[in-house]
Design a protein around this ligand. Structure first.
Ligand SMILES: Nc1ncnc2c1ncn2[C@@H]1O[C@H](COP(=O)(O)OP(=O)(O)OP(=O)(O)O)[C@@H](O)[C@H]1O
Length: 378
């Protein structure tokens, strides 16, 4: 099979050759048989002609519809993208066609027609992790379920960083792009901002000079400051997600006291002062075994270290969260049924390696050097 990067350059080049036969050229360079090409008619039928009541979300690149294909037998999510982002779309399609992992949303196919592009994914019935963590429509997720979801995300990222011919940096790890299937298993699916690194087995240092894009609060401060993206940029963003999962809140919340608005700097302060136990999601109070808590907070803290080189690899993060889950399971097994009141006073961890604020943030969580291309997530 042709390499991903070769397919992408060929695909992008063919798009430059004139508009009329774009669609034909587009399909001719896609890896055969790996995904389906839909006609615009099929997309319209699937979405009831883009009915408003089928809109399930809206990202910065366009609306997302729930749809039904194959005579309403299969539920899908259809992302509608305008033609300005077609270059990104072509890159994304070629990549998506070649990815296979239990923690990535299965990609079904695409459509490009009349100046618009569409990506068709399997529909994730349980919405995004964010909707469970700080939304209001769901019961709170139990602690072990949260750990299992985080392990799934780490596995998906590990696959992207090391399991392919070339390293893929997602550049957009946040709770809204972590979707949950019917078994509440985590699936990553938004590859709009991905960047391809060097061959994953080359051991070459992954450093990609790149125009800064991402979402405030989740973006690696070193990347924001110097425009150099690495696999550790995804590790930073994942560390932010780990804190959101523990604390049951979004990373930036301007409605809170100024000191608490930026979760990572607030968590760092609490950790140094020995009060990290006080910022846990109230629903989780008494449910986390101290030994599990320590491993979890330590690994989450190391992910958000200021310098990328001081952060662990995603493989190391995965192992540590798996360890945290094992410790929680052993602690639960040693307890009598229904006895779940772990002491919360013991849940302190000193020495927050992330420091109070990785870089000087203003009250909106922006550094002086933040690019205007970063998007707010609230
Ligand atoms: N496969 C899917 N199944 C179910 N819902 C989905 C699926 N894909 C996306 N969604 C819904 O659509 C929303 C928007 O998704 P999208 O990936 O376009 O944007 P985003 O990542 O949330 O935002 P942005 O693109 O601005 O970063 C998601 O938060 C989710 O609720």
């Amino acid at each position: 099979m042709e390499g991903i990067s070769e397919s992408i350059s060929k695909l992008v080049w063919t798009f430059g050759k004139g508009r009329s036969d774009k669609t034909k050229q587009f399909s001719s360079v896609l890896p055969e048989g790996l995904c389906r090409r839909f006609s615009l008619g099929e997309i319209k039928k699937a979405t009831n002609d883009f009915a408003d009541d089928l809109v399930i979300g809206e990202g910065s690149f366009g609306k997302v519809y729930k749809g039904f294909i194959d005579d309403r037998g299969i539920s899908v999510a259809i992302k509608r993208l305008d033609i300005d982002s077609v270059r990104e779309l072509t890159k994304e399609v070629v990549l998506l066609c070649q990815l296979r992992h239990p923690n990535l949303i299965p990609f079904i196919g695409y459509c490009i027609d009349e100046g618009e592009g569409y990506l068709v994914y399997e529909f994730m019935v349980n919405e995004s992790l964010g909707q469970h963590i700080y939304g209001t429509d769901h019961d709170p997720l139990p602690w072990k379920q949260r750990l299992a979801i985080c392990i799934g995300v780490a596995r998906g990222l590990h696959y992207l960083h090391t399991g392919l011919k070339r390293t893929i940096i997602l550049r957009e790890v946040k709770t809204s792009v972590i979707l949950l299937d019917q078994k509440l298993e985590a699936k990553l699916g938004d590859f709009r901002l991905f960047k391809m690194g060097p061959p994953s087995l080359s051991k070459a240092l992954i450093r990609i000079e790149s125009h800064v894009r991402g979402t405030y609060g989740y973006a690696d401060p070193e990347y924001i400051q110097h425009g150099v993206l690495t696999d550790k940029s995804d590790v930073y963003s994942f560390g932010v997600v780990l804190f959101e999962v523990l604390c049951g809140r979004i990373v930036l919340n301007k409605r809170l006291e100024v000191e608490e608005q930026q979760l990572i700097s607030w968590a760092g302060k609490c950790k140094r002062e020995g009060t990290i136990n006080e910022i846990i999601d109230p629903y989780l109070m008494g449910k986390i075994a101290p030994e599990c808590f320590k491993i979890y907070v330590d690994i989450a803290s190391s992910c958000v270290r200021k310098k990328a080189k001081d952060r662990p690899t995603i493989g190391e993060v995965e192992v540590e969260i798996e360890h945290a889950l094992q410790l929680q399971e052993s602690a639960d097994a040693a307890r009598k049924d229904g006895e779940y009141d772990y002491p919360i006073d013991g849940l302190t961890c000193n020495d927050f390696p992330g420091e109070s604020s990785p870089i000087e943030m203003n009250r909106y969580g922006r550094s002086a050097s933040d690019s205007t291309e970063l998007s707010e997530d609230e």
